[in-house]
Write a protein that binds this ligand. Structure first.
Ligand SMILES: [Mg+2]
Length: 174
């Protein structure tokens, strides 16, 4: 099988990376329980939302994200069994391209550069499985298996097979 794996919110903890930066800047704490029930933008003042988006353009943001639990072990096992490509819309935040490549070198050194697709659109990707946290990527994926990796922002989405964590991904794909 050819498997396409997204980075942010699947391998790299971008959502909680944003929350952590916000908490540090405004010396506040965001209730994690509430984040799962409401949208983050409903929990913070309107004028702060744009500041939060700005974090995505700050040097170092993508380079320093934590690895999502279980991703390293399971992706290594998938790598040994299937054809795995990492596919991330890095061009949305151009400075992230080098940072994502460096991040993969550090945390996923077994993933050869030829299997890293740092791109814009993903709709032209041809594969058997796409694992992504964004419904808009799965909507246009033409392969048979569309897997939605759970993230606070997609909790209400019901159109795709949901994968809550890497343990669940392993059960499905290994
Ligand atoms: Mg993502």
């Amino acid at each position: 099988m050819r498997i396409i794996i997204d980075m942010d919110e699947v391998m790299a903890d971008a959502y909680w990376g944003l929350v952590e930066k916000y908490e540090n800047q405004f010396n506040t704490t965001i209730d994690q329980e509430q984040v799962w029930e409401k949208k983050l933008r409903d929990l913070i003042p309107e004028e702060h939302y744009k500041i939060g988006i700005g974090y995505l353009y700050e040097p170092g943001f993508f380079r320093n994200l934590r690895v999502i639990k279980g991703a390293q072990e399971v992706i290594k096992a998938l790598w040994d069994k299937h054809e795995v490509f990492i596919c991330s819309a890095a061009m949305q935040f151009p400075q992230s391209l080098q940072e994502k490549s460096d991040w993969l070198d550090e945390h996923f050194p077994f993933i050869d550069w030829k299997y890293r697709i740092l791109c814009g659109h993903k709709y032209m990707i041809d594969a058997d499985v796409m694992l992504d946290d964004h419904a808009y990527n799965l909507e246009v994926f033409t392969g048979p298996q569309k897997l939605l990796f759970t993230s606070p922002h997609n909790i209400a989405e019901e159109r795709f097979t949901r994968v809550d964590n890497w343990e669940a991904a392993a059960k499905l794909l290994l």
